[in-house]
Ligand binder design. Sequence first.
Ligand SMILES: *Cc1c(COP(=O)(O)O)cnc(C)c1O
Length: 352
Amino acid sequence: MVTMPPEPPPPALKLEIDREALAGNWRALDRLSGSAAAGAAVKADGYGVGAQVVVPVLREAGCRNFFVAHWTELAEVAGLTDPAGLSVLHGPLTAADAAFAKALGVKPVINSVGQARLWLQAGGGACDLMVDSGINRLGLPMAELGDEAVQQLQVDVLMSHLASADEDVALNERQRGRWEEARSQVRHCRASLANSAGIALGSGYHGDLTRPGLSLYGGVPRQELGPHIRQVARPMAAIMQVRDIASGDSVGYNATFTARGPMRVATIALGYADGYLRCWSGKGMLRSQGRPLPVLGRVSMDMTVIDLAAAPDLREGDWVEADYDLAEAATASGLSQYELLTLLGRRFGRDR
Ligand SMILES: *Cc1c(COP(=O)(O)O)cnc(C)c1O
């Protein structure tokens, strides 16, 4: 006979979400957006933080415009906010996508003449329009702004996306100019250009709506944002085993660390399958009440070994926190701040 399994106990791995910091980051970015309102990119499960956690917090803070990438991502966020304020960045690739948008009442972001036609064939209605002003990735080419189907669209937000907003390069101003040009050629209600970094480029980049993602979750893509942004996500892992090792003993796969004297070490339930990649081998830092607990040897799939010299009192079941200030962690690991967030895996408990 098959019976329902009992609720599993809480995992030995959790992502602590600082909701105050998240709301504070949105309010800061909204303020820095001047007369424009700040929306929120919540694609990729809220950059790995958990869309179901972040959308209600951002709504409560005052956010009304949310962006996901895939149609499948609507499952997590529809029902948490007004569908009319939800945009799907990839737009409709098939008639089924367009019909799905109509059924839910969310806005597709139209990225091409083909997508414009699909949307009109599905019955049209409010949509957003992405114009490619120089990133050459996804978006309507400038040369096709005058297309008949495009001109028939009922465009709420006319947007474009900056390729290098985190750098001071001439491309930013060139893209801004093309975005202004697009605004003069297509009827629309609101205009949007800036991601997190773009917000720091000044009022000329703000339009009516900004689209921060990274900085909501604690990322600092430009120094100007540093004083306004606080860390949101804190990876925590429980100690599964404590052991004392002797001089000459090695730790982990391929024995890349060898003790030079007697040591107390601990094994924690955090590994590369959780997004704590092998680049942290011999390099990452965990902490207990501020006390540093360096990673020893290789990070394994489900486990990492740390040095307990600074906290010999720690025992099985105690929790430690990984250093995960995004700007610092990116410099230390070689991963981007975006990767550090979106890597965080499904085994993390994320309290709802
Ligand atoms: C992801 C994304 C954003 C958010 O960018 P950040 O750099 O994370 O602030 C904004 N606009 C579009 C079109 C995006 O795809």
